[in-house]
Design a binder for this molecule. Structure first.
Ligand code: NAP
Length: 451
C-alpha cells in the first residue's frame, strides 16, 4: 500500500487541519508528505523530541499586502499579494511568484511547503518560499502589467534580498513580469544584484533557465525509464498546459525521439496524432510567448489536429504523461483511464497536478510516478545556478548550464532511489523524494536548536 495506516500520522493530520482550517491544497500537500515520512520519523527519536514535523509545517513568516494600481482607463484597481517564506534552514528563501485569479493563501502555503523539500533535493543551498497575487494578467495590456508589477515591488522589495529571499516566475509570471519587477527593484534600491531569477539574458539571466523545468522533467523521466532498462525513444506522450513548462517539455521530448501528441490550456486540449515537431514548436512559442494566444489556434493552423473544448488530454492513449499546467488536474478517474490505456510513466512538470487518490492508483499499478518535488526541480536548480553566476558576475555557456542541469536531475533521481527503493527493486519515487528532501532540512533544523 502507498499509505500504510499509521495512527501517529492520523493524529498529526487532525491537528494540522485544526490549525489550518479551510486550506485544502496545503492540507493535501502535507498529507502526502507526512504519510510517507512518518515511519522514518518514528524510527528516529531525535526528530520526535525536536517536534520536527510540527515546526516544518508552520511557515517561518507570511507577508500579506495590498497592491494598488491604475488600469488603462485610469481606474484604480486593488489586488491582494502574499509572500510565504516557508523555511530558510538550508539557504535563503527561494521560490516563484504566481499571478492567477485563483491564488490564495492555501495554494501559496502548499507551494512554499513543497518548495522547501524540492530545493533540498537539488543539493543547492536554497530555502523554500512562494508568493504571488490574485491579479489576472490575461487580457491586460503590457502597460497594465507593468504598473501592477511596479506597485507590487514597492512593498515586496522590503522583504527580499540576494541573501534573504530570491523570487522567480511561476504561472502568469514569465520574462515580461520578471523584467518589470527587477527594473523596479533596481530603481528602489539603486543596486543591480541577483534579487530575482528568470531574468533576461542581457541583465543577469542564466542560459537554459527558460527551458529548465520542462527539460528537467523530461530528463527525470528518462532517468526513471533508464533505471528499468527502457527509454523515451519512440514513446507517445501526453503533455498538458501550453506555458513555459509544457512547451519545453515537448521540445526535449522531440529531441530525445519521443512524440508529444497533446497540449492544453484552460479552454481545452489539442490532439495532434502526428506529433509536435520543431516546426510546430516554433509556431507554438510565437503563439504563447509573443502573441499570448490560445491553444485552439494550433488546431486551426495544422492539418489532422483536433481541439477538444473544456476537456483534458488524459483520455488519449499514450505511453507517458507530463501534467504541466496546474494543481489537481489528474483525478482518480483520470488515473484509472490512463492505467487502462497502458501508461507506463507519469512525470509531474506542474506542482501537485495529481490528486492523492490518483497517486495511490499509479503506485499500486506499478506506473513509474515522478512526483513534482523531484520531477520539476530543474527550474529552481537552474535558478540556483543563476544566483551563483550573479554572485560571481559571470555567465556560463548554454552547454555548461545544460550539463549541470542534467547532472542535477540525475543526482535527484539517485537520491529518490536511495530513499525510495522497495525490497523487490522497484522504486517508490514519492517516498524517495519526500525522505530525500526531508533529511537535510530536518538535520539543519536540529543543528540550530530551538528556533
Ligand atoms: P505558465 O507559463 O503560466 O503556463 C500555465 C499553463 O497552464 C497555461 O497553459 C495555462 O492555461 C494552464 N493553466 C493554468 N492554470 C490552469 C487551470 N486552473 N486550469 C487549466 N489550465 C490551467 O506557467 P508555468 O510556469 O508553465 O507553470 C505550470 C506549472 O508548472 C505550475 O504548476 C507551476 O507551479 C509549475 N512549475 C513551474 C516552474 C517554472 O519554472 N515555470 C517550475 C516548477 C514548477 P491558461 O493560459 O488558459 O491559463
Amino acid at each position: 500500500m502507498f499509505f500504510e495506516h499509521c495512527q501517529e500520522a492520523d493524529d498529526f493530520l487532525a491537528g494540522l487541519e485544526r490549525r489550518n482550517e479551510g486550506e485544502p491544497e496545503f492540507l493535501q500537500a502535507v498529507e502526502e508528505f507526512v504519510r510517507t515520512v512518518m515511519p522514518f520519523v518514528l524510527d528516529h527519536q531525535k526528530y520526535i523530541d525536536a517536534q520536527i514535523l510540527e515546526r516544518m509545517t508552520e511557515a517561518d513568516r507570511i507577508i500579506i499586502f495590498r497592491v494598488t494600481w491604475e488600469d488603462d482607463l485610469g481606474q484604480i484597481r486593488a489586488n491582494r499579494a502574499w509572500r510565504v517564506q516557508f523555511n530558510n534552514s538550508i539557504g535563503p528563501y527561494k521560490g516563484g511568484l504566481r499571478f492567477h485569479p485563483s491564488v490564495n493563501l492555501s495554494i501559496l502555503k502548499f507551494l512554499g511547503f513543497e518548495q522547501t523539500f524540492k530545493n533540498s533535493l537539488t543539493g543547492l543551498p536554497m530555502g523554500g518560499a512562494k508568493g504571488g497575487s490574485n491579479f489576472n494578467p490575461k487580457g491586460k495590456s503590457d502597460r497594465e502589467v507593468m504598473r501592477f508589477c511596479q506597485s507590487m515591488m514597492i512593498e515586496l522589495h522590503r522583504h527580499i534580498g540576494e541573501d534573504t529571499d530570491v523570487p522567480a516566475g511561476d504561472i502568469g509570471v514569465g520574462g515580461r513580469e520578471i523584467g518589470y519587477l527587477f527594473g523596479q527593484y533596481k530603481r528602489l534600491e539603486n543596486r543591480v544584484t541577483g534579487i530575482l531569477t528568470g531574468k533576461g539574458l542581457s541583465f543577469g539571466g542564466s542560459k537554459v533557465r527558460t527551458e529548465a523545468t520542462g527539460f528537467g522533467s523530461v530528463y527525470f523521466c528518462e532517468n526513471m525509464l533508464g533505471h528499468r532498462g527502457d527509454s523515451l525513444r519512440g514513446k507517445t506522450c501526453l503533455v498538458s498546459g501550453s506555458g513555459n513548462v509544457a512547451l519545453y517539455t515537448v521540445d526535449k521530448l522531440h529531441t530525445l525521439g519521443a512524440k508529444a501528441v497533446t497540449l492544453s490550456d484552460s479552454d481545452g486540449f489539442i490532439h495532434d496524432p502526428a506529433g509536435i515537431d520543431q516546426d510546430k514548436l516554433r509556431f507554438l512559442k510565437d503563439l504563447k510567448e509573443v502573441r499570448r494566444g490560445r491553444i485552439s489556434e494550433y488546431a486551426e493552423r495544422f492539418k489532422g489536429v483536433t481541439f477538444h473544448k473544456d476537456q483534458t488530454p488524459w483520455g488519449v492513449p499514450a505511453d507517458a504523461a507530463f501534467p504541466s499546467a496546474t494543481q489537481n488536474e489528474i483525478s482518480a478517474k483520470d488515473a484509472e483511464t490512463m492505467i487502462e490505456n497502458g501508461v507506463q510513466a507519469v512525470c509531474e512538470g506542474a506542482n501537485m497536478p495529481t490528486e492523492l487518490a490518483g497517486i495511490h492508483q499509479f503506485l499500486q499499478a506499478g506506473v513509474l510516478f515522478g512526483p513534482a518535488k523531484a520531477a520539476n526541480a530543474g527550474g529552481v536548480a537552474v535558478s540556483g545556478l543563476e544566483q551563483s553566476q550573479n554572485a560571481l558576475r559571470l555567465s556560463w555557456s548554454h552547454q555548461e548550464v545544460e550539463a549541470r542541469l542534467q547532472g542535477i536531475m540525475h543526482d535527484i533521481h539517485a537520491k529518490c532511489v536511495e530513499y525510495g527503493e522497495n525490497p523487490d527493486g522497484t522504486v517508490n519515487y514519492v517516498k524517495g523524494a519526500n525522505l530525500g528532501g526531508f533529511v537535510k532540512v530536518a538535520d539543519a533544523m536540529l543543528a540550530y536548536g530551538a528556533v
